[in-house]
Design a protein around this ligand. Structure first.
Ligand code: ZN
Length: 67
């Protein structure tokens, strides 16, 4: 399995996803049209040592919306 060390303390991170009542998403400020399609945040990693959380969306999806 690919190791993902924490960028803050270098401990191995745990992988999961954000859970909210709605699917978490991202909208760029560069998306200025009337219809702003949300890019879904599909992956999250949390550090069990320091509590740092990082979240990821699909970069190809985002690029297609801001280019
Ligand atoms: Zn950490």
């Amino acid at each position: 399995m690919e190791a993902h060390p924490c960028p803050k303390c270098n401990e191995p991170m745990d992988e999961g996803s954000l859970t909210t009542s709605d699917q978490p998403g991202y909208v760029s400020k560069r998306q200025t049209g009337m219809l702003r399609t949300v890019t879904k945040i599909s992956l999250a990693r949390a550090c069990p040592n320091c509590g740092y959380v990082e979240i990821y969306l699909d970069p190809k999806e985002l690029k297609s919306r801001i280019s």
